[in-house]
Design a protein. Structure first.
Length: 329
């Protein structure tokens, strides 16, 4: 009942406004930004209209963010990554509009627009929490990023391990005037070799220059790196994501509900809560119970879950059998 009221209010008052803001920014930054050539007689009118819409929407977003920060407190407000995305997005969009009006460097404005548009698309993920079909998916994505933190540290170490080895080999090749293994991508040998090691794990081999110097050593590094990165690490990543998928799918309804509650918390001022709960004296707390009679708050993996269910079911069966024997005696 409460979610239905919030859903209607959030959808019509917030989501549709964001869609207008989103489309205005994406269309203007993609097709109109810094382009004075014009596409026809309606070009100037369309450009002006989009700029006005973006400016108005920026002011509306600032007002909403101010209200949210006031209601939740600065500490809680800054503790939410979505709020940081709003802050940077509004700041970037405002900066681009100002630079474009002052006729700043066209290429620099376009580079900033790339990041601005990316943030707008990422913000669209936030609003997908509003819908039943996508809310649990957003929760799953967030949980995956949390679960792979340790994996990312280990991946960075193994990538740097082989990057260091390739860097030493390339230094020898440069001294001898031989073409290096690593391509010049960023203009920095260290960054280039790290990128090379990461791409090696993704299947971008580039073995054409191995035969020019120390071919046996180069191929040995190639075999070890592909085995550890492709066969071991990335299959481990798949296993971690699979376990997260199982855990979130097990509580899909609860995950979607948690996202909805966070949406309510973000937009609590959109409804009069005091009026909504008027004449309501109780709040009910409900916790799901598994078939074996054990509350399900923790996830121990697929095998661990099955093991617990079987053990609890055996205990329940044993108790039933003992009661029947007691009746017979």
């Amino acid at each position: 009942m409460l979610w239905a009221q919030f859903y209607t209010a959030i959808f019509y008052k917030m989501f549709l406004n964001f869609i207008r803001y989103f489309l205005s920014v994406v269309i203007y930054f993609t097709f109109f930004l810094g382009d004075d050539s014009g596409w026809g007689p309606g070009y100037e009118l369309a450009s002006t209209l989009l700029k006005v819409l973006i400016a108005v929407d920026i002011l509306c977003v600032c007002a909403v963010e101010f209200v949210q920060a006031h209601q939740s407190g600065i500490k809680n407000y800054l503790g939410d990554m979505w709020n940081w995305l709003d802050i940077f997005s509004v700041g970037m969009n405002t900066l681009i509009l100002c630079l474009n009006e002052t006729h700043a460097d066209f290429h620099m404005i376009r580079q900033l627009a790339i990041f601005a548009v990316l943030m707008m698309w990422f913000k669209l993920f936030y609003w997908m929490r509003l819908f039943e079909a996508t809310a649990s998916f957003i929760r799953m994505t967030k949980e995956i990023f949390v679960d792979i933190k340790a994996f990312m540290v280990m991946l960075a170490i193994i990538v740097c391990t082989f990057a260091n080895a390739f860097l030493i080999m390339d230094q020898s090749r440069r001294i001898l005037g031989i073409e290096p293994i690593t391509e010049d991508a960023f203009g920095n040998s260290v960054v280039d070799t790290v990128t090379r090691a990461y791409m090696l794990g993704l299947g971008e081999y580039g073995t054409d220059t191995y035969e020019l110097l120390d071919s046996k050593l180069a191929w040995a590094l190639f075999i070890i790196a592909t085995f550890l990165l492709q066969v071991t690490f990335f299959n481990l990543l798949i296993a971690i994501m699979g376990d997260t998928f199982d855990r979130v799918s097990e509580v899909k309804v609860q995950s979607a509900l948690k996202e909805k509650l966070q949406m309510i918390g973000d937009h609590q001022g959109i409804l009069d809560i005091k009026k909504t709960f008027d004449n309501k004296r109780y709040v009910f707390f409900v916790q799901q119970v598994s078939v074996a009679g054990q509350t399900s708050d923790a996830w121990e993996g697929r095998i661990g879950k099955l093991k617990n269910v079987i053990n609890n079911q055996l205990k329940f069966t044993n108790k039933v059998i003992e009661r029947k024997f007691d009746v017979i005696e």
